[in-house]
Design a protein around this ligand. Structure first.
Ligand SMILES: [Zn+2]
Length: 255
């Protein structure tokens, strides 16, 4: 919904605005009153990719779902590396320069994750060995998986992501907060200065802000399917309701 309407009217307009977003994780919207604003997501890349995988799977695109899952798996290591580096208080510039040298090879990033985990927690992290095997078959051999095979692959990746993010949320909460803040700041800086903006927690399939995270990929998928149906199902009702609200607001201001 338009936050400018909320400011101007003192109550929500209830007009639903559906918009797409891409790499930069923000979108420009315009409501029927002509307010132009930007809406930006707080979600990290791996959360966005997980949701993209869920959307593809629900719509029957199994290869695309598997590819998004594979990318989410890679991006969670980048996220964890950033949080671990905050613990050591290294500068943003140094992190950026170092990451640049490993950015094109995910295996290097996984290596960095394993050793930083060892340094931060003083113990080793054991990766699930089944993931690379399945990932190679799907991603590098162009195999088109069935929905059940995607669910098996999704479950392995989801469990790895849950394990890593639970560890970070419980042990490195202030470092996590800093990384979230910086992610939003980078997106914020790309929006023209005078443009009003609002931040949303973002993804529904998996969200770091949600303390009640689903334990399995299957559970997360059914929860998300239900939320997605409710959300899209509510759009026509919200449209009608927003028209009534606009009419009532107009009548009230004429009295
Ligand atoms: Zn508006």
């Amino acid at each position: 919904m338009c936050m400018e309407c909320l400011k101007e009217l003192g109550h929500p307009s209830f007009e639903p605005i559906v918009t797409d977003y891409y790499e930069e994780a923000f979108a420009y919207i315009e409501c029927s009153l002509g307010h132009k604003s930007a809406i930006l997501l707080q979600s990290h890349k791996f959360e966005i990719l997980l949701e993209s995988a869920a959307n593809a799977l629900i719509e029957g695109y199994t290869l695309e779902a598997a590819a998004s899952l594979s990318s989410a798996y890679e991006r969670v290591f980048e996220f964890a590396i950033n949080v671990f580096c905050k613990k050591s208080e290294v500068s943003k510039v140094s992190i950026k320069e170092t990451f640049k040298q490993v950015s094109k090879q995910s295996e290097r990033q996984i290596g960095a994750f394993l050793f930083l985990h060892l340094l931060v927690f003083g113990k080793h992290y054991t990766l699930n060995k089944k993931i690379p095997e399945l990932r190679n078959k799907i991603i590098h051999q162009g195999y088109i998986p069935t929905p059940d095979e995607v669910i098996i692959f999704g479950e392995l990746i989801y469990q790895e992501i849950v394990a890593i993010t639970n560890l970070i949320s419980s042990e490195l909460s202030s470092e996590l907060e800093q990384v979230v803040k910086e992610t939003v700041q980078v997106r914020n800086e790309k929006i023209p200065k005078k443009m009003p903006r609002a931040t949303t927690t973002g993804t529904m399939f998996f969200s770091l802000t949600n303390t009640d995270r689903k334990e399995t990929f299957q559970e997360a998928l059914s929860g998300y399917t239900e939320s997605r149906e409710k959300l899209f199902g509510s759009v026509p009702y919200l449209f009608s309701f927003s028209k009534e609200v606009a009419l009532y607001t107009k009548l009230k201001s004429n009295v």
